[in-house]
Design a protein around this ligand. Structure first.
Ligand code: NAP
Length: 262
């Protein structure tokens, strides 16, 4: 796999949300595959991740992805770094009843989870097309497929990524490999902020396994649900349960607030 990833998408990959969790694991596995990395996160801890990858050229960028002028803000960091692989991973959620949250906070979630990936695709994909190849991974969630009462805006932003990725996979077919990655519960700092992983109905997956599945399937499948149980339960509920019943089942899973951003 390593040689293939570098020769197919290298030399540079860009990973968002790279300071922690799934994004930091993307950084580790892509560095091990020989890619050089632009690592973007709002948390300055992204520098420590970059320094922990001695084999790779790294360029850490501390940036809030919710900003209006994201494409312009990222451009100077890409000048001498042709990015052939975009991993749009950063995301956040507010859990609980939508109307209990400030609109401003939900707009922050929308801007991070949906507007930022759109801006990054728009900034990076034209050069991939011009070079004749590349890859884009949009990190969504199984809630985009199963429905998400008590996490409504998050589920809607992730459904946006599914629709965006579905369409882009066709528009860019044969040139850029587009994948929507839909993890189920994954043991990361983000998940631990919302619940004790021991309380999860099923043991959460590791970030290592989620990222490994994504990279193995890149260029082969455009919707990737890591883990046999997640794949089975999402597939069964999508194809066997009527939409309204699926949403009522999801509604029984109340969780406490995940992240109350800004
Ligand atoms: N973990 C799961 O169970 C799970 C399941 C399905 C889908 N996902 C998706 O997988 C992705 C990664 O999740 P994770 O669990 O690894 O998350 P995580 O542990 O919370 O890590 C996310 C990273 O993104 C950064 N970030 C947050 N807001 C940002 C902003 N405005 N600008 C730039 N960076 C920002 C965070 O920085 P701070 O720590 O400073 O906020 C953190 O370093 C997300 O899109 C999430 O929705 C996760």
């Amino acid at each position: 796999m390593p040689t293939t990833l570098r020769s197919r998408y290298g030399p540079w990959a860009l990973v968002t949300g790279a300071a922690h969790g799934i994004g930091a694991e993307f950084a580790r596995q892509l560095a091990a595959a020989g890619l050089d990395l632009v690592l973007v996160d709002v948390d300055p801890a992204v520098h420590a991740v970059a320094e922990s990858l001695p084999g790779a050229r790294t360029h850490p960028v501390v940036l809030d992805l919710r900003r209006d002028d994201l494409a312009a803000a990222i451009a100077p960091h890409l000048a001498d770094r042709p990015v052939g692989l975009l991993i749009s991973n950063a995301g956040a959620a507010l859990t609980g009843a939508l109307l209990d949250h400030e609109l401003r906070s939900e707009l922050d979630v929308l801007h991070l989870n949906a507007r930022a990936p759109l801006q990054l695709v728009h900034a990076l994909a034209p050069a991939m097309v011009a070079r004749g190849g590349g890859g884009i991974v949009l990190v969504a969630s199984t809630v985009a497929l199963n429905g998400g009462p008590w996490i409504a805006n998050y589920a809607a932003t992730k459904a946006y990524l599914v629709a965006l990725g579905d369409a882009l996979a066709i528009e860019l077919r044969g040139v850029v490999d587009v994948q929507v990655l839909a993890p189920g519960m994954t043991d990361t700092p983000g998940l631990r902020a919302s619940m004790d992983p021991g309380d999860a109905p099923l043991p959460p997956m590791t970030a290592q396994a989620v990222v490994r599945t994504c990279l193995q399937d890149l260029g082969r499948r455009h919707l990737v649900i890591p883990g046999a149980i997640n794949k089975l339960s999402t597939g069964l509920s999508r194809f066997l349960l009527p939409r309204a019943l699926r949403h009522r089942l999801m509604a029984s899973r109340r969780v406490r607030p995940f992240r109350q951003d800004g």
